[in-house]
Design a protein around this ligand. Structure first.
Ligand code: PLP
Length: 220
């Protein structure tokens, strides 16, 4: 068994242990294996080991490797976890099954247009910039609940979840707690939070999916 596959099974085991520790149901947390910068030869063994949910942060990079893998493994679910430019909405709707990074009206409007045009409806999450970091994507926390409502009522989009990336230098717990509170206020069920360094904490705070890259595939 290769290192990557071994690390994948180790992460799966730690997720299961964290679910139990937090009193969550077994299988309550979906692992999104973040394969950005890695090639199909690195990804395929993880697919063959049983993983079906993957995350990529760039539309163009994903277009280079995922169409062939999705053809070979049709039950793959691909998540877009990186910032989305409106000129890439068409490609994003065509390729991704979940788009986690809606954070402004312009993107919501472009996605709505593409969903109508292509007749393909990825699941949609709103990204919240819980630390209000100027360089980071995501809607401001104080605008998040109203934005989810606008996505639904103005743009006609069914928003299923919220996503956040806490500031790298802060304790992530309060950010996860804030996202969970906003999800309750906005009436959305899915919480995408937690990465290689903090996914067990995120599970304790109610994550329904964790986005884990380097702990599986190694350093980028
Ligand atoms: C790269 C990335 C991850 C995975 O990060 P690791 O620390 O390698 O697990 C998760 N979420 C987003 C949005 C990312 O861009």
């Amino acid at each position: 068994m290769g290192d990557t596959v071994q690390q994948f099974f180790a992460v799966k085991a730690r997720i299961a242990a964290a679910e139990q520790e937090a009193g969550r149901e077994a299988g309550a947390v979906t692992l999104v294996a973040v394969s950005k910068t890695f090639d199909a030869v690195d990804i395929q063994p993880v697919i063959e080991a049983g993983q079906r949910v993957f995350g990529e942060n760039r539309v163009q990079e994903a277009q280079g490797k995922w169409p062939a893998l999705k053809k070979a493994f049709p039950d793959i679910e691909l998540h877009l976890i990186g910032p989305l430019q409106s000129n890439k909405a068409k490609e994003a709707v065509a390729l991704f099954d979940v788009i986690e990074t809606i954070d402004r009206d312009k993107i919501a409007a472009e996605l709505a247009k593409e969903v109508a045009r292509q007749g393909r409806a990825p699941k949609l999450y709103v990204q919240v910039n819980t630390g209000s970091e100027p360089q980071k994507a995501g809607i401001e926390p104080r605008e998040a609940v109203a934005f989810v409502k606008r996505c639904r009522e103005v743009h006609g989009l069914a928003i299923e979840g919220l996503m956040c990336i806490p500031p790298a230098d802060e304790n992530p717990g309060p950010h996860f707690a804030l996202l969970e509170k906003m999800a309750r206020e906005a009436g959305v069920a899915k919480l995408s939070m937690g990465m290689s360094g903090d996914y067990e904490t995120a599970i304790a705070f109610g994550a329904t999916s964790v986005r884990v890259g380097s702990a599986i595939f190694g350093n980028r």
